[in-house]
Design a protein around this ligand. Structure first.
Ligand code: 5GP
Length: 205
């Protein structure tokens, strides 16, 4: 059986990751979103256990110490983490998953997965970049969900995150969300055909 692909994407806050990710999941209904844990408060409209597992800080630390996270990082003043249970069993079962993780988390996840021959082959990393710095700020403000302090912190972090784009396998510029989703779809389709994720051909058996 072909192992699943872990499509890990990062990008600065406000770049439109959730929009692009929503469009990609419509094009590709078998793709499952890896629901992360966070200590941040839910935004209006966000649903617990669908958008995130919203946890109190004590609970997050307990899970971290119990080794439940594949990776975790403090981002914009809150903790975020990917549960191993969201990733490893699914990839082994041939399921494709989508992970929204920041740059620090990508580095950790890559280091962990590279220790496992099977899982290393499953990882595909994509950086979602804004068309310009001014457009990123416009989108972040337009969202209307952040305080001025949070906007300033997210913008400063974004400029740092942008420096890391060359560490990823692919870069997609989110100018028009539909086009960005099409590009991600093409990347995923190509990844599924990699010889490294296909242990044996039916025709060989
Ligand atoms: P937001 O608060 O806007 O939903 O997310 C803030 C940042 O946290 C984004 O850059 C997002 O990629 C990152 N993030 C979301 N989930 C995870 C996770 O499980 N691990 C890490 N390291 N970062 C995450």
């Amino acid at each position: 059986m072909t192992i699943g692909t872990a499509l890990l994407f990062s990008g600065p806050s406000g770049v439109g990751k959730s929009t692009v990710c929503g469009l990609l999941m419509k094009k590709c209904p078998s793709l499952q979103f890896s629901v992360s844990c966070t200590t941040r408060a839910p935004r209006p409209g966000e649903i617990d256990d669908k958008d995130y597992h919203f946890l109190a800080i004590d609970e997050f630390i307990r899970r971290k110490e119990a080794g439940e996270f594949l990776e975790c990082a403090e981002v914009h003043g809150n903790w975020y983490g990917t549960l191993r249970s969201e990733v490893t069993p699914r990839i082994q079962n041939g399921q494709d998953i989508l992970l929204d993780i920041d740059v620090q988390g990508m580095r950790q996840a890559r280091a962990v997965l590279q220790n496992d021959t099977l899982l290393a082959a499953s990882l595909l990393t994509v950086f979602i970049a804004p068309p310009s710095r001014a457009e990123l700020e416009r989108r972040l403000r337009g969202r209307g969900t952040e305080t001025e302090e949070s906007i300033q912190r997210r913008l400063a972090n974004s400029m740092q995150e942008l420096q890391a784009w060359r560490e990823y396998d692919y870069v997609v510029i989110n100018d028009v969300a539909e086009t960005a989703a099409d590009e991600l779809f093409a990347i995923l389709a190509a990844a599924r055909c990699r010889t490294s994720v296909t242990p044996k051909l039916e025709a060989e058996k």
